[in-house]
Design a protein around this ligand. Structure first.
Ligand code: SAH
Ligand code: SF4
Ligand code: F3S
Length: 447
């Protein structure tokens, strides 16, 4: 993969979701195969890469703010290379805008171009002009031989599919990440096997809508079947997955979560809004009643499961009555945690052109009420865990308190307890003594 570059250092700054974080691991993999070394500071880096997100306007503004800052650095060091990639640059007008407005950027490349990075670097050096490559590759193609450099040795992300076909009317992801494509199960299993052999204990299978994994493929392995297969891989002790779209969640998948001992009792199941007319205009393809029925069914089969969600407030046309349906869903399902977002207008999406955009003040007022409720319920759910013994996968020593370990339960709750660093990467039974809103405190049981 090109010439080996000696003593060069790189820094990647990543915004956005786990898929982007995982893409940054691939970028790191490519760069280290070229001889680059990772550093934490922009000042030390010879190559700075911004891996961007555009799901909300706020995400984009942060990237522009950071890009502006790099201008000075580039003036001081002409040989510094700057690249911008990720979802933002998949919008052609944004890619062009970056090249025009920030001419010190050397490379702008799309989410499917990571395997070409060595060529971009060589080309940018040779020509001295900005290289832009965001063209979509052939429909359905997934490049499999990109090396991955993962950061830690306990948990790993594994992409099972790319893209999204759902076109929720507010969302830009299908436009920037392209059509849904599933990776072949052989590649996924091989990757998980290798992770197990190299000591990883947990994998999270990633996709915008993992429940539609395998649709359209010839070998008839759907997501439930894939989970059962991954469950059979030695070495791995925990399996997680995200995200699940409620419209595609089959009984088979519920049974697979129930039956597979390594699959954790946690499901992230965004409902977005409670009102049926808003759900319809969001193009979510389920009703409030169907969502409630689904969560009941999941809890019937897996009583201890934790359910988390994403919620948007202030979608165009959302009335007070519509919003009360959102609060009602939260009250009824009693989520273990909820990510709450203010609706953000995304260019080119159907919702952008809808009537009835909501004022910032109403959006903020609703968000405040929603947060008050979700936080109260999270705290109430956590308080029922006092005295319980939970299995914790230890992720490491707390950054703020030496001697304190941090890990997660199977239900994805953060637990802190006193213990020695040698427990990092181990499963430890912890009695919860002090459940709080954001995390649980406890003590390890002596085996
Ligand atoms: N594919 C996943 C998540 C995609 S983005 C899913 O369907 O669940 C993560 C979350 O961002 C979404 O669940 C949604 O709640 C939020 N989101 C997406 N577009 C948004 C927008 N335009 N404004 C506000 N929130 C948005
Ligand atoms: Fe966006 Fe909907 Fe696809 Fe999720 S399922 S990425 S919210 S379009
Ligand atoms: Fe993820 Fe943001 Fe892209 S949420 S898929 S990085 S737009």
């Amino acid at each position: 993969m090109g010439e080996i570059i000696k003593n060069k250092k790189y820094m990647i700054k990543t915004w956005g979701c786990q898929m982007n974080v995982h893409d940054s691991e691939k970028i790191a993999g490519v760069l280290s195969s070229l001889g680059y070394q990772a550093v934490d500071s922009e000042k030390q880096a010879d190559l700075i890469i911004f891996n961007t997100c555009c799901v909300r306007e706020h995400a984009e503004l942060k990237v522009y703010g950071n890009l502006g800052r790099l201008k000075k650095l580039k003036e001081q060091r002409k040989d510094l290379m700057i690249a911008v990639c990720g979802c933002m640059t998949q919008q052609e007008e944004v890619a062009r805008h970056i090249a025009r407005r920030y001419p010190f950027v050397d490379i702008v490349f799309g989410t499917d171009k990571i395997h070409k990075l060595a060529g971009f670097i060589a080309n940018a050096k040779l020509t001295g002009s900005t290289i832009i490559d965001i063209e979509e590759d052939e429909e359905g193609s997934i490049i499999e031989d990109v090396p991955v450099e993962r950061e830690e040795g306990i948990k790993a992300w594994v992409a099972v599919m790319h893209g999204c076909n759902n076109y929720c009317s507010y969302c830009i992801v299908p436009y920037v990440r392209g059509r849904e494509r599933s990776r072949k199960k052989e590649y996924i299993l091989e990757e998980v096997k290798r992770l197990g052999q190299s000591g990883y204990k947990e994998v999270t299978l990633l996709g915008q809508n993992v429940n539609s994994y395998g649709k359209g493929s010839s070998d008839r392995v759907d997501f439930a079947a894939l989970l059962r297969k991954v469950n059979g891989v030695d070495g791995i002790e925990r399996i997680r997955f995200m995200t699940s779209h409620p419209k595609d969640l089959s009984d088979e998948l519920i049974y697979a979560i129930r039956d597979c001992d390594k699959v954790c009792e946690h499901i992230h199941l965004p409902f977005q809004a409670g009102s049926n007319s808003i759900l319809h205009r969001m193009n979510r393809k389920y009703t409030k009643e169907q969502y409630l029925e689904l969560t009941d069914r999941i809890r019937e089969e897996i009583p201890d499961i934790s359910i988390t969600t994403d919620i948007i407030v202030g979608f165009p046309g959302e009335s007070e009555e519509d919003f009360l349906h959102t609060l009602d869903v939260v009250e009824r399902v009693r989520f273990d945690s909820a990510f709450t977002f203010l609706y953000s207008k995304r260019s080119g999406t159907p919702a952008e052109r809808m009537e009835g955009h909501i004022s910032d003040s109403v959006k903020h007022e609703r968000l405040k009420r929603l947060l008050y409720l979700t936080e109260r319920i999270t705290a109430e759910n956590n308080s029922t865990l006092r005295g319980e013994v939970l299995e914790v996968l230890v992720e490491g020593v707390s950054k703020t308190h030496s001697g304190r370990l941090t890990g997660r339960t199977r239900t994805n709750k953060i637990v802190h307890f006193e213990g020695h660093d040698s427990l990092t990467g181990k499963l430890v039974n912890v009695r919860i003594t002090d459940p709080q809103s954001w995390s649980l405190f406890g003590e390890a049981l002596n085996e």
